[in-house]
Design a protein around this ligand. Structure first.
Ligand SMILES: CCCCCCC/C=C/C(=O)SCCNC(=O)CCNC(=O)[C@H](O)C(C)(C)COP(=O)(O)OP(=O)(O)OC[C@H]1O[C@@H](n2cnc3c(N)ncnc32)[C@H](O)[C@@H]1OP(=O)(O)O
Ligand SMILES: NC(=O)C1=CN([C@@H]2O[C@H](COP(=O)(O)OP(=O)(O)OC[C@H]3O[C@@H](n4cnc5c(N)ncnc54)[C@H](OP(=O)(O)O)[C@@H]3O)[C@@H](O)[C@H]2O)C=CC1
Length: 311
């Protein structure tokens, strides 16, 4: 975590502001909530589905904030981003308590590992509803609530949104649902950066690579076992930390990024510059099917054609 004295930013980088972090009860979201406290925010709302997790996280933030001399109120908000009604009610609570929202961090998200052909319709919906529709729900929910809060869209002026996506530039093998959803969020970020600029809103995204976070604990053992090798294969030779992603989010939310709009900041140590095919090599081949591009397979299926084309 970033803290007073160790923060890479001034302690008033978000001075007096109100920050909403979805998925703020764990991992990158919790590190971002702390970075907001350490950046001088007056209020930080942390949202998620599990009340007990949010309460525990709020306690940690309050205790550490007090110990380091910050004056920030923490508000845990139970909210399921998949459901607009839940999002609307959560945002109403934030505005009731703090009277405003200055920064929204769409960090809540996740997926599970599966070959594309085994993703069920329900599983596809769960991941797309969480990552793409959930992000949309929060963005439109905050827009509508702030629009209703003051005439002439005055409460929207200065709003900053940061969407957390993933390293999906070369596809996300075995996470097709998430790759598609995250690409959708990137496009949404570009679209709203243009469309909502007229209201004084800035919207950007952060694309983490492999980040050593609590989120990775939920993956099955073989995937967790492969993670150190995947992280080590990154150009910087390691996975990232929750605080390193949080620092990028705070930068995009800060006035230091006042002319940054519609950007996607990769926080991945350069790993997205590698090819997706290398990532797929970490998965074992299907036991019954030879790889499509293997020489024997090509020879069986296309041997005659390949030979003919070499004439
Ligand atoms: C080589 C590996 C590279 C690793 C790169 C890592 C890059 C990214 C890392 C991260 O993002 S880490 C942090 C994120 N955290 C998580 O991903 C964990 C949270 N994950 C989830 O919450 C789920 O995956 C979810 C689907 C997004 C939501 O789960 P939830 O439990 O709320 O869904 P349900 O509505 O109960 O399930 C619906 C449906 O989805 C299918 N399904 C869900 N989980 C799995 C699973 N583990 N395996 C297979 N299928 C799954 C399933 O069809 C569910 O329906 P039912 O079968 O339960 O009826
Ligand atoms: N760690 C990594 O390597 C990478 C992470 N990311 C992304 O970064 C973000 C944070 O991940 P990380 O901190 O690692 O993982 P975590 O699993 O710790 O964080 C995910 C958070 O999202 C919340 N969440 C999930 N579904 C919902 C929902 N429907 N409504 C509200 N909140 C929800 C969870 O809280 P609760 O369960 O209480 O709802 C949890 O706090 C995610 O979007 C993740 O996919 C992207 C690339 C790499």
């Amino acid at each position: 975590m970033v803290g007073r004295g160790s923060s890479v930013y001034a302690n008033d980088v978000l001075g007096g502001e109100v920050v909403l972090v979805t998925g703020g009860g764990s991992g990158i979201g919790l590190a971002t909530a702390w970075a907001a406290v350490a950046g001088g925010a007056a209020g930080v709302a942390i949202a998620g589905r599990k009340g007990h997790r949010l309460e525990a996280a709020a306690e940690v933030l309050v205790e550490r904030g007090e110990a380091e001399g910050y004056d920030c109120r923490i508000l845990p908000v139970v909210m399921d981003i998949r459901h607009l009604a839940s999002v609307e009610s959560g945002i109403a609570t934030v505005i009731d308590v703090f009277g405003r929202i200055d920064v929204v961090v769409n960090n809540a998200g996740g997926q599970y590992v599966s070959p594309a052909e085994d993703i069920s319709p329900k599983g596809w919906r769960a991941v797309v509803d969480t990552n793409l529709t959930g992000t949309w729900n929060v963005l439109v929910g905050v827009f509508a609530a702030l629009d209703a809060a003051a005439p002439d869209k005055a409460a929207l002026r200065g709003l900053r949104c940061v969407n957390v996506v993933a390293d999906m530039w070369a596809g996300m093998p075995h996470m097709a649902h998430s790759g598609a959803a995250r690409a959708g969020v990137v496009n949404l970020t570009h679209t709203l950066a243009v469309e909502w600029a007229r209201y004084g809103i800035r919207i950007n995204a952060v694309a983490p690579g492999i980040i050593v976070s609590s989120g990775l604990d939920s993956y099955p053992a073989p995937v967790r076992a492969a993670l150190p090798s995947i992280a080590a294969a990154c150009p910087t030779g390691r996975g990232g930390t929750e605080s390193e992603v949080a620092a990028a989010i705070i930068f995009l939310a800060s006035s230091g990024a006042s002319y940054v709009n519609g950007a996607v900041l990769r926080v991945d140590g350069g790993s997205s510059l590698r090819k997706g095919i290398e990532l797929s090599s970490f998965f074992p081949p299907h036991p019954a099917i030879p790889p499509y591009h293997s020489a024997p397979f090509l020879a069986d299926k296309y041997g005659a054609f390949i030979q003919a084309s070499r004439l």
